[in-house]
Design a protein around this ligand. Structure first.
Ligand SMILES: Cc1cc2nc3c(=O)[nH]c(=O)nc-3n(C[C@H](O)[C@H](O)[C@H](O)COP(=O)(O)OP(=O)(O)OC[C@H]3O[C@@H](n4cnc5c(N)ncnc54)[C@H](O)[C@@H]3O)c2cc1C
Length: 416
């Protein structure tokens, strides 16, 4: 049986591997690190004495590739979230709270109801969102919806920064439109928020590794691909430092590594070069906390933190497009963001034990210029395919984009 060598065990590599083994194909997964999951993983934090995720990850029920992947690895129940589509927000400056509550069905009548939409907005304000559908590839989010007003501050900006990890004034509008089309435009069933019940590895990684083991795939850790040897247009050998592996006639390679690593391995490749940071801070509370209405997260407007997630006695915040914040010391970040957490949960100002995680290259900078540099699945070598959240999936660099890129690469390998 012809084997596929998958390099990189992040979600793109895992999704490709799962797809191929389910189709009865032989797979070897080579990962540079000591564990799988890449940018989407959990680990035991010694200072907090509990399991934390490297970053809080939010999905929507309309993320169809992610949901298919979870079904494939039998982990659909590993995500939790409210039964309805509900997005609670708090303005930390004023204490005002509200929830966005899209309705069932495609006709968005929730926008007609003032208690379901953003307070202080009118129905006609939302029409600006239609400009995303017709905007050209050079347009930014603010080119489409402007850069001021209540709807911008309370909806478009938080949505754009969360989805694109890029400020709204430079974020590519062409990546936000598919998000709107695949989730909000399909009604409540497609935009129910979802988070990992017991952590990212429990949901996305461990069940995938178990399935791969059951289906006979070989998973090799500590294998950093350093060079691809070629004969003519095809890869013939993968060099991992002291070891190397032959790529035989009929075998394929999927490179599911970050863009800089792929460009070093395939020098002719054009890839996005700029990246943006995401900062997370995790606080161990003295007792379990709950957010109003029992939603697991809260959008924060007007503070430093943008999203708050609460799981038992751990409160975690996320700041996307966080280049400036990431340059500050961890204790400054913890102090600033704890103010927002304490306001949201009505807690005292004394800082509890915390862990600040700075992912400086969390995703590529999703500007129109960098989006143009995304390559397709094929990379110019006959038997080498690309996967990763930075591939041209048409989607932002998210779990959904990473998994879809893995599925695309698996289909290309299978000749579909
Ligand atoms: C802090 C943070 C918060 C995020 N929040 C969200 C969110 O809320 N919602 C959402 O949908 N997405 C979110 N994302 C994005 C999401 O995590 C990524 O899009 C996704 O995990 C990318 O997966 P990937 O497989 O493309 O890349 P990676 O996870 O980077 O995987 C690449 C793998 O390749 C390995 N590798 C690299 N070089 C080599 C080599 N030479 N040889 C062998 N292996 C190699 C790496 O070790 C890694 O395991 C967030 C990301 C971060 C960092």
């Amino acid at each position: 049986m012809s084997r596929t060598h998958i390099v990189g065990a992040g979600l793109a590599g895992l999704a490709a591997a799962v797809s191929l083994v389910r189709a009865g194909r032989a797979v070897t997964l080579h990962e540079a690190g000591g564990r799988a999951g890449g940018r989407c993983r959990s680990y035991l934090d010694a200072r907090l004495d509990c399991l934390i995720d490297n970053g809080n990850h939010l999905l929507l029920s309309g993320n169809r590739s992610a949901m298919r992947y979870l079904a494939d690895i039998e982990a659909v129940d590993a995500l939790v979230g409210p039964a309805s589509a509900c997005f609670p927000f708090l303005d930390v400056r004023t204490g005002r709270r509200w929830s966005l509550r899209p309705n069932a069905g495609r006709l968005p009548w929730w926008l007609l109801r003032s208690e379901r939409r953003v307070p202080g907005t009118r129905v006609r304000n939302y029409l600006s969102g239609l400009r995303f559908a017709v905007a050209g590839p050079d347009r930014t989010v603010t080119d489409c919806v402007g850069d001021r007003g209540v709807l911008f501050e309370r909806f478009w900006e938080p949505l754009a920064v969360a989805a694109l990890n890029t400020p709204a004034e430079s974020g590519a509008s062409c990546l936000l439109w598919p998000v709107l089309r695949e989730t909000f435009a399909r009604g409540a069933a497609a935009c129910r928020p979802r988070i990992a019940r017991f952590g990212l590895s429990h949901a996305f990684v461990d069940p995938a590794l178990e399935l791969l083991g059951r289906r006979g795939a070989a998973v090799r850790f500590g294998r950093r691909l350093r060079r691809i040897a070629c004969a003519g247009p095809s890869a013939t050998r993968l060099h991992f430092g002291s070891e190397s592996v032959a790529v035989r006639e009929g075998e394929s390679v999927i490179l599911a590594v970050p863009p800089a690593a792929a460009a070093a391995l395939v020098p002719s490749l054009t890839v996005p070069r700029e990246s943006n940071a995401i900062v997370n801070a995790h606080f161990r509370l003295s007792e379990p906390a709950r957010l109003p209405a029992d939603t697991p997260f809260l959008g924060l407007i007007g503070g430093t933190a943008q999203w708050l997630f609460v799981r038992g006695d751990v409160a975690s915040i996320t700041v996307s497009a966080a280049g400036a914040l990431a340059a500050e010391p961890a204790e400054t970040i913890a102090g600033k963001t704890w103010n927002d957490v304490a306001t949201a949960l009505d807690l005292g100002r004394d800082l509890p034990p915390y862990r600040v995680v700075k992912e400086r290259r969390a995703t590529f900078a999703q500007t129109p210029g960098e989006v143009r540099r995304r390559p397709k699945t094929r990379c110019g070598l006959a038997n080498v395919y690309l996967a990763g959240d930075w591939i041209d999936t048409g989607l932002p660099a998210t779990i959904e984009g990473a998994i879809r890129s893995g599925h695309m690469a698996a289909r290309a390998v299978a000749g579909e």
